[in-house]
Design a binder for this molecule. Structure first.
Ligand SMILES: Nc1ncnc2c1ncn2[C@@H]1O[C@H](COP(=O)(O)OP(=O)(O)O)[C@@H](O)[C@H]1O
Ligand SMILES: CC(C)(COP(=O)(O)O)[C@@H](O)C(=O)NCCC(=O)O
Length: 307
């Protein structure tokens, strides 16, 4: 596929030449934190791609702060700190949550005075009872499976500077929303919001998630590779999380391993792949930055929106 005309496209080698943070190397502790949540992660990609990205995000944040200040001066209002929101989008299993957590660690490392928080949009999925009531249990992840009104309300409260804003929590263990449990977002300097729908324009909404994000990143890869990562993640979960008797997949993972994998492949083919094609991929060219990954999650190309 040719690159969209409104993006600069860079091979990794070129991208990394734009910024090297040699002066503030990652500490052993930060490297340990990165490896702790994903020991497969390429530290070379962290240095070559993510550190320049973090620098770009900081420049964008400074610009955003200056613009907020100018705006309040024009309006003769008292200046206040407005959270800078980074949206991360892409297919199920493309690596959104890994990227989001990596950015959280790196931003915390390089900007220790800033409060960085992270939430995922899956907390705004309707709970299973409601999905069943609407007969859309097999449409989890599709636009209609999210309570977009609540998500927009949440983002509006965060942007308005409200304290202790609650975000509901989705449990992959229970395959459902956890009742009465919340993440608390409390006046962060930077909020990272990760989810397949952060660039979507649902038809029944006039305000979108993207109206609240100040920088958006789309994680991209070929469909076949993402399917492979989905199945690999499923297999490693079978040896870990699915061993817990309270896990949603406990029974199926304990009857017949091959059947369980077959089942996961069907879920990919019938739910996540169609969602990727119909609803996620078409939002790619709204992102400020597209990160393209190839085998073993290595990044081979970065596209930065020109205008
Ligand atoms: N940069 C990376 N390096 C190595 N493995 C990765 C990387 N990003 C994601 N993965 C692996 O790919 C799978 C999907 O990643 P995940 O972050 O859970 O995706 P998503 O949040 O998009 O569903 C997981 O098994 C994860 O460990
Ligand atoms: C809850 C999700 C929609 C969220 O995806 P994520 O943000 O974790 O990529 C997804 O993990 C999911 O459950 N999809 C439905 C089909 C499946 O079980 O994979």
């Amino acid at each position: 596929m040719t690159d969209p005309i409104n993006y600069y496209a860079f091979k990794k080698e070129e991208w990394k030449s734009f910024y090297q943070l040699q002066s503030i190397p990652l500490t052993k502790e930060s490297l340990r934190q990165i490896k702790a949540f994903n020991d497969e992660i390429s530290l070379q990609d962290v240095r070559d791609v993510y550190i320049p990205m973090v620098h770009l995000l900081d420049l964008c944040n400074q610009n955003f702060d200056a613009w907020q200040k100018t705006k309040t001066e024009f309006l003769s209002k008292k200046p206040r700190k407005v959270p800078f929101i980074i949206g991360i989008s892409g297919s199920v299993a493309v690596g959104k949550s890994t990227t989001a957590r990596l950015l959280e660690v790196l931003l915390t490392h390089y900007f220790p005075d800033k409060k960085i928080q992270l939430i995922t949009t899956d907390g705004f999925l309707y709970n299973s009872a409601e999905l069943n009531r609407r007969h859309i249990m097999d449409r989890k992840g599709f636009p209609e499976s999210y309570d977009m009104k609540s998500l927009i309300h949440f983002l509006n409260e965060v942007k308005s500077g409200k304290r202790n804003v609650k975000a509901p929590i989705y449990s992959h263990d229970a395959y459902d929303i956890i009742p009465d449990k919340f993440d608390i977002v409390d006046q962060p300097d930077v909020l990272i919001i990760e989810g397949i729908n952060t660039l979507q324009l649902p038809s029944n909404q006039q305000i979108y998630v993207s109206d609240f994000t100040d920088f958006s990143i789309y994680i991209d890869a070929e469909d076949d590779l993402i399917e492979q990562w989905y199945i690999e993640r499923f297999k490693s979960l079978m040896d870990t999380a699915f061993q817990n008797p309270s896990n949603y997949y406990y029974k199926i993972a304990h009857t017949d391993r091959q059947k369980a994998i077959e089942n996961a492949r069907n879920v990919w083919q019938e739910i996540n792949l169609p969602n990727l094609k119909e609803n996620i991929k078409p939002t790619k060219t709204r992102a400020d930055l597209i990160v393209h990954k190839t085998h073993n999650h290595r990044i081979d190309k970065i596209l930065l929106r020109k205008y």
